[in-house]
Design a protein around this ligand. Structure first.
Ligand code: DOR
Ligand code: ZN
Length: 477
């Protein structure tokens, strides 16, 4: 009977979840995993995908990408960005709100959603921005389904000014009651601008000046402030692109006290050393926060492996080539594409025995799903979960080439020439194959907007919130 047929049966592979590894066929029906188990019991399906000798893992969820549409489509758009994701085994991307316009209102969100729904090849979540102009819009943005919010303490592309700390406190009070997570770019803008201007006045314009402007202290101060405000208000936070080994004990302490925080790092902070970034390499690799001294890499990797750092993101930040080749380092655009190369780079560490496949699945899929209210619908291969899957050939060798990236207006990468072992050979989004053997199949509009289902909000110190003290009879006791 045709109605009992599954849509897709992935046969002969080895399933790897964060906590287990076992041979199993996986059937997907109506976008949802319907069966995981012995081939003898597998349902029949309209299509099959042969995964013999391959690993079958939950598709990666990249909680930190900049897709650029609307407003900056000369860098990237929803078609190119989500094709790049599909090419890299990524089944869900979260898009940052520093587009043009920034996502500060329901109208801006609706326009971005329309552009994404029309083009996306993979699922997507959309962030709203937390800043001085968006405070009144936070509940409406939450209702409209944002995946979370983003706070730019550190200035970066889009020049969204860091909000005043009074506004951040009020914003966190509101978010604590909504329960949504706030991703934070934790760098201190006044410090970094001050140092940048001092160096410019002194005539510095070299590959290492950018790192000096944004030295460890710039990140540490902002991390500590973020923690204090989260701990006080109960707002859930996510520290994006952690790059600094001195942050690790601070994060451990905060988590041990019950601060509702998660933390992310990206492949570039684990794999690249600032010392190597001379000349044009420095231009390509310029990003915020900067790639730091080589000795910081191993402690960051170890923190990622032990779970102090929860999540592997990418900060996929495409730019047009000419924006990355300006004569002055200070004018050079910050960021580079990463969504397509992340899984290959990390699987190479698995191949080298520096992490396990199960650890990779945790940081790339399970932990992101848990942090942003998608677990257990995503992040795990089990019946009832969405059929978002990457089929991995753990032994596939290759070399990263910017010229081959699917971010076609942004074909440069600081990983140029790196040899990798292991890659996704198929990407499946809600049961539909969107990439096979390196070829991205046309699936515009297949990507679905993901809304978070967060645990019950746990706001703190409600007697002294900005809203509470507006009442004339308000007292802190
Ligand atoms: O280098 C960066 N570029 N860091 C960020 O945090 C944002 C990103 C961008 O949007 O270009
Ligand atoms: Zn970013």
């Amino acid at each position: 009977m045709t109605e009992s047929l599954a849509d897709l049966l992935i046969t002969g592979g080895t399933v790897v979840n964060e906590t287990a590894r076992f041979p199993a066929d996986v059937a997907i029906k109506d976008g949802v995993i319907a069966f995981v188990g012995h081939p003898a019991f597998a349902p029949k399906a309209k299509n099959t995908l042969d995964a013999r000798g391959k690993l079958v893992i939950p598709g990666a969820i990249d909680v930190h990408t900049h897709i650029r549409e609307p407003g900056m489509t000369h860098k990237e758009d929803w078609t190119t960005g989500t094709r790049a994701a599909a090419a890299g085994g990524v089944t869900t991307v979260f898009d940052m709100p520093n587009t043009e316009p920034a996502i500060a209102t329901e109208e801006a969100l609706a326009a971005k959603r329309e552009a994404a729904e029309r083009q996306a090849h993979v699922n997507f979540g959309l962030y709203g921005i937390l800043d001085e102009r968006s405070l009144d819009h936070l509940p409406a943005l939450a209702k409209a389904g944002v995946i979370g919010f983003k706070l730019f303490y550190g200035n970066t592309t889009g020049n969204n000014p860091a909000p005043n700390d009074g506004a951040v406190l009020e914003g966190f009070e509101i978010l604590a009651e909504l329960g949504l997570r706030c991703s934070i770019h934790a760098e201190n803008s006044p410090m970094l601008f001050w140092r940048e201007n001092r160096m410019k006045a002194a005539g510095r314009d070299d590959a290492f000046a950018h790192l000096s402007a944004r030295a460890d202290i710039v990140a540490l101060e902002s991390l500590n402030r973020s923690i204090v405000l989260s701990e006080w208000t109960g707002a859930r936070i996510h520290i994006v692109h952690e790059s600094c080994m001195r942050s690790i004990p601070i994060i451990r302490d905060a988590k041990a006290r019950g601060v509702p925080m998660t933390v992310e790092t990206c492949p570039q902070y684990v794999l690249i050393a600032a010392e190597d970034l001379v000349g044009d390499k420095g231009r390509v690799a310029r990003l915020n926060p900067p790639i730091r001294e080589g000795r910081q890499r191993e402690p960051i990797l170890q923190a990622l492996l032990d779970g102090t750092i929860d999540i592997l993101g990418t900060d996929h930040a495409p730019h047009a080539m000419e924006e990355k080749q300006r004569p002055s380092f200070w004018d050079n655009a910050c960021g580079f594409p990463g969504v397509e190369t992340s899984m290959r780079l990390m699987l190479t560490l698995v191949h080298e025995g520096r992490m396990t496949m199960e650890q990779y699945v945790r940081m790339a899929s399970a932990a992101p799903a848990r942090a942003f209210g998608l677990w257990p619908r995503k992040g795990v291969i089990q019946p009832g979960a969405d059929g978002d899957v990457a089929v991995v050939d753990a032994g596939a060798r290759g070399t990263i080439r910017g010229a081959e990236l699917h971010s076609i207006r942004s074909r440069f990468t600081p990983f140029e020439g790196m040899e990798t072992v292991g890659r996704a050979v198929a990407t499946i989004v809600r049961g539909r194959i969107v990439m096979q053997d390196g070829k991205v199949l046309d699936a515009p509009g297949w990507g679905r907007m993901e809304r978070p289902a967060m645990p019950k909000p746990e706001p703190r110190n409600l007697a002294t919130t900005t809203k509470a003290i507006l009442r004339p009879d308000a007292r802190p006791w």
